[in-house]
Design a protein around this ligand. Sequence first.
Ligand SMILES: [Zn+2]
Length: 92
Amino acid sequence: MAEIIRNYFTPGWRADRISCVCGWEGDSSKMQMELHEEVTDYACPACENTLLIVSHPDMDQVRQAAADGNVEAQQQLALVEEALALHRKADH
Ligand SMILES: [Zn+2]
């Protein structure tokens, strides 16, 4: 069974060691990453079994995490707000 991370900003999932049924064990940096529109899958590098499914954050989650002091969320929020500001300028 894959572990599902519903909030990207949940601390720790990146470094958590996960054991696969095939005997492989490791953290997300050792897994095979596959990007989809809504989620990113992480699969076992030995048998390609999906071990981790991480939902991409929506803007509310980014804002909340940024407000909670998450540095990565604050950087993402700054990028988004910069893009929005450029967009507004282009409109006028
Ligand atoms: Zn495996």
